[in-house]
Design a protein around this ligand. Structure first.
Ligand SMILES: *[C@@H]1O[C@H](CO)[C@@H](O)[C@H](O)[C@H]1NC(C)=O
Ligand SMILES: *[C@@H]1O[C@H](CO)[C@@H](O)[C@H](O)[C@H]1NC(C)=O
Ligand SMILES: *[C@@H]1O[C@H](CO)[C@@H](O)[C@H](O)[C@H]1NC(C)=O
Length: 244
């Protein structure tokens, strides 16, 4: 019998890694992701009409685990006191009056972040994300150093430089690449990373230390592909689109 051809073995390995359940080890990094509403809305979202001209929160993502506890349901009454700030800082750009975005982020990322005692409730998770977002104040820092939406293109190194100089850590900056042969990329997301004690760290460290499981990688890559973002290219001008 020749059932175990290399092809079949390879396929089996690929399938099992795609469906592997992450072991319950704890995360070692948190990624605070900001997105630029105009770019988000220009992508694939016809119903999205942003009237927001500042960087908003996309999420607070631990580097390990996706959807860690399906029985821990999102309950907005547990974050009642945070809702005014949530609506302003973490709006659902597709449906501003809905809590669907927060529910999604909680189920996918919050339940994994909650493995740490510091984030083991919905209130702790969402209030910490808001706290970090306000502490960074990324939108003001970019403005302060003259990185403002403009019809004139930036170099990626200008944007990166401002962030690295101010925070003293490396961010991960993501763009939309409108087409294969486009000569410009559109600024979309900025990730800033934190240690478990909520001090800043380089986002790239995750790639160097390589502690993620295959399943985690798979999920993170799938996440970014699905959203249409990829790491900005250093050799291509960056368009930072003014709010529409
Ligand atoms: C959009 O923002 C502008 C300027 O901030 C404001 O004047 C306008 O009323 C807003 N429109 C909506 C629909 O919120
Ligand atoms: C999942 O969440 C539920 C509801 O909060 C909780 O009772 C349970 O202990 C959690 N399970 C794990 C493995 O953390
Ligand atoms: C949501 O949280 C509130 C406040 O803690 C609680 O009273 C309520 O029962 C919860 N709802 C559900 C569906 O768990």
């Amino acid at each position: 019998m020749k059932l175990c051809s290399p092809l079949l073995l390879g396929l089996a390995a690929a399938l099992s890694s795609a469906f592997v359940i992450s072991p319950p080890h704890i995360w070692t990094k948190l990624i605070l992701t900001h997105h630029w509403p105009s770019t988000f809305c220009s992508m694939e979202h016809p119903v999205c009409h942003p009237n927001i001209s500042y960087w908003t929160l996309h999420g607070l993502w631990p580097d390990k685990g996706i959807a860690c506890n399906s029985s821990w349901h999102f309950n907005s009454s547990q974050i009642e006191d945070l809702l005014p700030d949530m609506k302003k800082s973490w709006p659902d750009l597709l449906n501003p009056s809905s809590a669907a975005f927060w529910k999604y982020e909680w189920q996918k990322h919050g339940t994994c972040a909650a493995k740490a005692a510091s984030l083991n409730s919905q209130h702790k998770y969402f209030s910490k994300a808001l706290e970090l977002y306000h502490k960074l104040d990324l939108d003001s820092i970019l403005k302060k150093f003259d990185i403002i939406p403009s019809e004139t293109y930036y170099k990626l190194s200008q944007i990166e430089g401002v962030i690295e100089n101010f925070y003293n850590v490396k961010p991960k900056i993501q763009c939309v690449h409108p087409s294969k042969n486009a000569d410009v990329q559109i600024l979309g997301q900025i990730e800033i990373c934190f240690n478990p004690d909520f001090t800043l760290m380089d986002c790239e460290k995750q790639f160097a230390t390589e502690k993620m499981s295959k399943g985690d990688w798979h999920n993170l890559i799938a996440d970014n592909k699905a959203s249409g973002f990829s790491v900005c290219d250093h050799d291509m001008p960056v368009y930072y689109p003014p709010p529409s």
